[in-house]
Design a protein around this ligand. Structure first.
Ligand SMILES: [Zn+2]
Length: 287
């Protein structure tokens, strides 16, 4: 599933390529978009709020898309996928913008955007840094929720997807199953996660290790059943159908034990992320 950093990069790419350009032809193949036509409208900006993509046009309309698990966009070249997968195609002045298999696609007045993104928690990848105290307060609203479930609830914080809900708990030595209300130093985890996702939104690959920086290198996602890279214990995990929060997960049953209270281990994070550029981000991960 695309995470907030991926959508932010997509929005920036669309904005860089097409902002200020007029749509010269528009084809939709989605029953929800019958009658929608952007021909003649100029793209003002492309924005991301959490995992929501918002394309704003100069006629007061916004095209809202959420990619969920399946959607993607082709920015520039003509898409080669079969027509039925191209839910919307916009001929811009210098290229084509095509939404492929996008499951959530709708048009609404720009002034009503809050109706689709107003429920979201602070956006980790917004241009201005998010309010971390607000994020922590929202995560604490349901203290018995498992840490990973709370992180994935976009009403608490917008942007984390399952990759970060597996990797960040591992990096700080806390189980994704640990009730979020029993995690001491939660703000350190949020600060670290924010630094990592913002750095990755800027750089590109969703790298959580700092090794092989040009690639999507991860510590334990999705390596359930493999040895823990730190202690060698066989990783435990949830299959998608059994997970309390509905997503696959992995954790080390030894170094990420569930305990009555659990403190975010910044020493462990420092060691694991010694090479990760999030350490040097303006958004300092380690205080
Ligand atoms: Zn371990």
């Amino acid at each position: 599933m695309p995470e907030g950093d991926t959508i932010r990069r997509l929005a920036d790419k669309i904005a860089t390529r097409f902002s200020g350009e007029r749509c010269t032809r528009c084809v939709t193949r989605d029953p929800r978009l019958v009658g929608v036509d952007f021909t003649g409208a100029r793209l003002v900006e492309a924005d991301a709020v959490g995992k929501h993509l918002l394309l704003r046009f100069d006629d007061g309309r916004t095209l809202h898309a959420h990619l969920l698990m399946t959607g993607s966009w082709t920015v520039g070249p003509v898409a080669t996928e079969p027509e039925w997968r191209r839910r919307i195609e916009l001929w811009m002045e210098t290229g084509r913008l095509t939404g492929l298999d996008v499951p959530v696609l709708e048009v609404l007045p720009t002034r009503d955007e809050a109706s689709v993104v107003g429920h979201l928690g602070p956006d980790l990848c917004a241009p201005e840094a998010p309010d971390l105290d607000e994020v922590v307060a929202r995560l604490h609203r349901e203290p018995d929720a498992p840490l990973a479930g709370a992180m994935l609830d976009q009403r608490n914080v917008a942007g984390f997807g399952n990759l970060y809900a597996v990797e960040l708990p591992f990096v700080v030595g806390v189980s994704p199953n640990q009730p979020v209300g029993t995690v001491d130093g939660l703000i350190d985890l949020v600060r670290l996660g924010t630094a990592m996702i913002r750095v990755n939104a800027h750089r590109g690959p969703q790298n959580t290790t700092g090794r092989k920086l040009g690639t999507d290198d991860h510590w334990i996602y999705p390596k359930r059943g493999r040895p823990c890279p730190l202690c060698g214990t066989r990783l435990d995990g949830w299959a998608e159908g059994r997970s309390p929060w509905g997503r696959v997960s992995a954790w080390c049953p030894d170094c990420q034990r569930v305990t009555p209270r659990r403190t975010v281990d910044l020493e462990r994070a420092r060691k694991l992320l010694a090479l990760h550029p999030a350490r040097h981000a303006p958004w300092r991960a380690f205080g």
